[in-house]
Design a protein around this ligand. Structure first.
Ligand code: MG
Length: 268
C-alpha cells in the first residue's frame, strides 16, 4: 500500500508517526523478514489463483486465510478504515482498489497489494497479474513496471540516497514511454505501515535521505501507459489513471544491508 505524497518534511509533519527514519536492530530485521516472508507466501498463492470468473473478494478471502494461517494479521484491514485484507485494483485502477463483487474477465490486469503484521512488524508488497490472455501492451507494461522495480532495488545500496532509487525507476520507465505516478510513493516500513522516508518513483540521483544499514523501505513503482496524473473514485480509496489508461504496480519491502538491498517479500 502506498503513502500519499506529502511535501511536509519529517520534522514538521503531524502525520509522522515515529519522528523520523527508523533503523532496525538485527532482532527487528528478523521480525521484518518473518513478516515479509508471509506477504511473499500470500502473493505466491494469489498469483496462481487468479483466473477469469472469480471476484476480487475471492482473492481477498484467499489472502486473509493465508495470512492468518501463518499467524499474522492483515495489516491493511482497518487501516484508516480500509475494509479488506488486500488492495485489488483492475486495469485503469492504479492502487487501493477495494475487493468486492467485481468479476475478473479474460484480458484484465489485476494488481494485488498485501500487508502482513507479525511480532509487531510489517511486510508490504504488490504484484500485477494478467487474467488469462492479455494484450501485448498490457504484458509490456507489467514487464516494464517489474523491471523498473528491480532497477530501483539495485540502486538501494547503503551509502546511496533515496533520489538514486527514484531516478533509476524513472529513467527506465520513461525510456520505455510510460508515465510514472507521482501522487503516491513508496515509504519506510517497520512497526508502522508508513514510516519515513518517502520513496518517490522519480527524482534526482544523489539527492535526498541517505540509505543507512538497518533501514527498511517499500519501493513501489506505478507505471501508466498514458499520462501520470491520477484521481480518486467516490469510494475515497480507489486511485485511477486520469486518462483511463492501463496501469501496473509492483512493490517489495527491502532491507538495506552490508551486502546491499535484501528483498524481504520474495514470492514465486
Ligand atoms: Mg507500500
Amino acid at each position: 500500500m502506498n503513502r500519499t505524497r506529502s511535501t511536509k518534511t519529517a520534522s514538521n509533519s503531524p502525520s509522522t508517526y515515529n519522528g523520523g527514519v527508523t533503523i532496525k536492530s538485527p532482532q527487528e530485521l528478523e521480525a521484518m523478514a518473518k513478516a515479509g516472508a508471509i506477504v511473499g507466501s500470500a502473493l505466491t498463492l494469489l498469483k496462481c489463483s487468479v483466473e477469469p470468473g472469480m471476484t476480487t473478494r475471492d482473492l481477498d478471502n484467499i489472502a486473509y486465510k493465508e495470512i492468518t494461517r501463518c499467524g499474522a494479521k492483515p495489516t491493511f484491514k482497518g487501516y484508516r478504515g480500509f475494509p479488506a485484507s488486500i488492495c485489488a485494483s483492475v486495469n485503469e485502477e492504479i492502487v487501493h482498489g477495494i475487493p468486492g463483487k467485481r468479476i475478473l474477465r479474460e484480458g484484465d490486469i489485476i494488481k494485488m497489494d498485501v500487508g502482513a503484521t507479525i511480532d509487531g512488524f510489517i511486510g508490504d508488497a504488490a504484484v500485477s497479474v494478467g487474467v488469462g490472455e492479455v494484450t501485448q501492451a498490457a504484458t509490456d507494461l507489467m514487464d516494464a513496471t517489474r523491471i523498473s522495480l528491480e532497477e530501483g532495488i539495485k540502486a538501494a545500496q547503503p551509502g546511496n540516497r533515496i533520489g538514486d532509487i527514484g531516478a533509476a525507476v524513472q529513467t527506465y520507465a520513461e525510456a520505455h514511454g510510460y508515465g510514472v505516478v507521482r501522487e503516491f510513493v513508496g515509504h519506510g516500513v517497520g512497526r508502522f505501515l508508513h514510516e519515513d522516508p518517502q520513496v518517490p518513483n522519480y527524482g534526482q540521483a544523489g539527492k535526498g535521505q541517505l540509505l543507512r544499514l538497518g533501514m527498511c523501505i517499500a519501493i513501489e513503482p506505478m507505471l501508466n501507459i498514458g499520462d501520470w496524473h491520477t484521481r480518486i473514485l467516490d469510494d475515497h480509496w480507489t486511485v485511477v489513471t486520469e486518462d483511463g489508461s492501463l496501469s501496473a504496480h509492483f512493490e517489495h519491502t527491502i532491507a538495506i544491508t552490508e551486502d546491499g538491498p535484501k528483498i524481504l517479500t520474495v514470492h514465486s
